[in-house]
Design a protein around this ligand. Sequence first.
Ligand SMILES: *[C@@H]1O[C@H](CO)[C@@H](O)[C@H](O)[C@H]1NC(C)=O
Ligand SMILES: *[C@@H]1O[C@H](CO)[C@@H](O)[C@H](O)[C@H]1NC(C)=O
Ligand SMILES: *[C@@H]1O[C@H](CO)[C@@H](O)[C@H](O)[C@H]1NC(C)=O
Ligand SMILES: *[C@@H]1O[C@H](CO)[C@@H](O)[C@H](O)[C@H]1NC(C)=O
Ligand SMILES: *[C@@H]1O[C@H](CO)[C@@H](O)[C@H](O)[C@H]1NC(C)=O
Ligand SMILES: *[C@@H]1O[C@H](CO)[C@@H](O)[C@H](O)[C@H]1NC(C)=O
Ligand SMILES: *[C@@H]1O[C@H](CO)[C@@H](O)[C@H](O)[C@H]1NC(C)=O
Ligand SMILES: *[C@@H]1O[C@H](CO)[C@@H](O)[C@H](O)[C@H]1NC(C)=O
Length: 774
Amino acid sequence: MALYFLLVLFIFGSARAQSNPPSTIRLGSSLHPTGQSVAWYSASGHFAFGFYPQGSGYKVGIWLVGGSNNTIVWTVSRDDPEISADSTLAFIDGIVVLKTNNSEDKTVASSSESASYANLLDNGNFVLYNQDHETIYESFSFPTDTILGGQKLTSGGKLVSSFSSTNHSSGRFRLWMQDDGNLVAYPRNLFRPVDAYWSSQMYCDGCRNLLLLNSTGILFLINDTDSSVLRQLYTPLVQNNRAIYRATLDYDGNFRLYSHEFNSNGNSKMVMEWEAIDDICLVKGFCGLNGYCVGSNHNASSCMCLPGSYLRENDPSFGDCQRNFTRGKCINGKEDVSVYKITTTTNLTWEDPPYFVTSLLGKEDCGKSCLEDCDCDAALFDETGQCMKHKLPLRYVKGAPEGSRTAYFKVSNLAVQNPTTDSVKPPWVVILVLSISFVMYSGTALAFSGFYVFKFRIIKYRKLLQTGTTGLTKDFILKTCSYKELKQATDGFKEELGKGAFGAVYKGSFDKGKNLVAVKRLEKVVEEGEREFRAEMKVIGRTRHRNLIRLLGYCAEGSKRALVYEYMSNGCLANLLFRGATRPDWNLRVNIALDVARGILYLHEECEAPIIHCDIKPQNILLDELLTAKISDFGLAKLLMPDQTRTFTGVRGTRGYLAPEWQTNAPISVKVDVFSYGIVLLEIICCRRNIEVCVTKIEEIQLSIWAYSCLVEGEVDKLVGSEEVDKKTLEGMISVAIWCIQDEPALRPSMKKVLHMLQGIIDIPIPPCPSPSS
Ligand SMILES: *[C@@H]1O[C@H](CO)[C@@H](O)[C@H](O)[C@H]1NC(C)=O
Ligand SMILES: *[C@@H]1O[C@H](CO)[C@@H](O)[C@H](O)[C@H]1NC(C)=O
Ligand SMILES: *[C@@H]1O[C@H](CO)[C@@H](O)[C@H](O)[C@H]1NC(C)=O
Ligand SMILES: *[C@@H]1O[C@H](CO)[C@@H](O)[C@H](O)[C@H]1NC(C)=O
Ligand SMILES: *[C@@H]1O[C@H](CO)[C@@H](O)[C@H](O)[C@H]1NC(C)=O
Ligand SMILES: *[C@@H]1O[C@H](CO)[C@@H](O)[C@H](O)[C@H]1NC(C)=O
Ligand SMILES: *[C@@H]1O[C@H](CO)[C@@H](O)[C@H](O)[C@H]1NC(C)=O
Ligand SMILES: *[C@@H]1O[C@H](CO)[C@@H](O)[C@H](O)[C@H]1NC(C)=O
């Protein structure tokens, strides 16, 4: 080695006078952005390390020399501001350091050992050596957007694309050699499975792989443990020993392999050998937010804005589109449908996670449901009959074969408003809408409706009701019914108790008003057959608990379904907490919190087939005449088989109460209910909604965040205003709630533990910050 080094020194010592610049860099050497020594060169002269111009200043990095433009392959501190012309890059005191006139010296290359000399190798690797000629630093260990021949991307490493072809600051895309052995491309620092747009399809539990480009241009995926080759991503057709290869995550998100061939006068020819993605429109995030890509090849791909949006002027981001109208306020939870309309497109689709999915709505109703839902900006009705509702921004919209899916976008109605047409609603329509929604929301807010014909065997049903709750056999618990009898019982579906996104619940009675019931009409159930429905109803019918609403009967005729529940005279918890003139008594609230916890615990752990509710919220918690809280709507959650915890897909639930794993494709478990319970618990304690816009201080807008900061600062009494509550009890309840709303499902306690903590049976540890990442 030493001999070789001396030889190298000798060669380059004598090569000074020749065309090739010297490659060994001695202590004391320095570079300046302007002037003679701008860079250190490799022996071949093909690579340079030093200052290159960017914007109005300079950057330090390594580039391929020649061609019409230099190709930057590595940049130091790429996100720092550009360097001014009077800076110096110096190799002194055993390190390479950048001296600028306005800030402290910045270390560019160093090691725990002091370097004796440095070299820019012919493969583009900048290396520091100690006095024993051992490598103590190499730039190959810190790739930016490129790996060169001989360089690898080790397990856990990432390539980060450049901002643009001329700006080498960090851009939008990441190529991650994941710890599971898979090489995966993601946009914009989002690393959920739904964000990935390309992968090597090579993964296993606990695998550690690395990506290697060897100097002959072969791109390998290699097992880091035993160095066996797992896959060749690309092999050049002809072996070309004179070419320099590089694999770059380009600024447009595509991962490409290039060869650069140099001729004798130092000019180079660049050829793109391979690219990971043929159709640039498949790069997620290629277009900005609310944009979509058209054209199926990169010669002719461009980005368009979704209906009702336009490209931001002086775009500071990446071609993001924004709405060309402002969303108004939600009135009593209902959208003002006179100012919006829905436009329909049949050739767009997207994969963003929806906030709500249902298969209970038909195609037309999907758009209508979006129009009426304040949270909804766009909806997608897919070929399997699922209606998925979304909020903007949409990230991953792309073209789809005409007609397979229907996309709905909520757009402003005002541009087409014209006083002479019927698109202008007279004021009374608005007033009617307002008063109807008031009625809907002042009743028991149960959801679901339909306009179907039902059958009802009233005699049996009457028998059931007369028998009361004692001595019923399992078979006798649930009865089937017909439309006619339901109509009779509800007096022609006269009194609506509540209405949600899917329909309505009606008040009904049997035996001349002696037995009150609530009848919930479900819209058609597309996927589930009658037998499965009956089976599910049986399971629900068997769930008997003081804190669960009793299902008394049901109707199932083809796709037409209705459920008959016991009637709750005191409405829902949401009304009690948020609508009353005065706060309900503290002890009542504590009892309600305990009741709800008991009900969920029963669903999770104590009934025959465990059930994940998926939609715990104050609207689904009803109060009987004694103000006992009972959970409703658990019937519609899928049954949880012990081995099904990971296969539960499709987002149910309500924004604001949704656990983060609904958004991340992580497995769904009973812990999603624990999360929702935590939010509900905070709302019970504070008698306000989790999100409240009309508050005096901005930090109070989101209750879950405010509550945690109050807890940390020892000021929990702020949360209950002037109410007099024992501070220790209050702190305990807030702590339990904060435990429940941890981002990490594993950190959330089980419902049994929650109940025990609330009852003071076990101690309550100090909770960590619920979302440590934000
Ligand atoms: C390069 O991109 C970064 C990141 O957006 C930006 O801050 C910087 O101003 C850009 N530089 C030039 C010269 O455009
Ligand atoms: C070289 O850079 C200029 C401006 O930065 C650009 O217009 C030109 O297309 C580039 N040429 C090649 C071959 O990339
Ligand atoms: C630093 O460099 C800038 C740009 O070259 C120059 O305008 C400024 O006067 C310098 N500051 C000092 C303290 O030398
Ligand atoms: C590159 O990989 C190929 C296939 O494994 C191998 O034959 C070749 O020797 C390698 N080249 C170098 C320079 O390591
Ligand atoms: C990588 O090598 C280790 C050790 O030989 C082996 O256990 C593992 O299964 C290999 N991984 C793959 C993906 O082949
Ligand atoms: C796209 O470019 C390639 C190569 O430049 C060319 O062969 C192809 O015909 C082009 N496609 C279109 C649709 O222009
Ligand atoms: C918004 O943009 C759409 C086209 O995308 C246009 O038809 C409509 O008039 C615009 N509305 C407003 C309020 O500018
Ligand atoms: C969808 O169809 C419309 C009208 O037919 C057309 O203008 C638009 O370009 C199409 N979009 C895509 C992504 O194919």
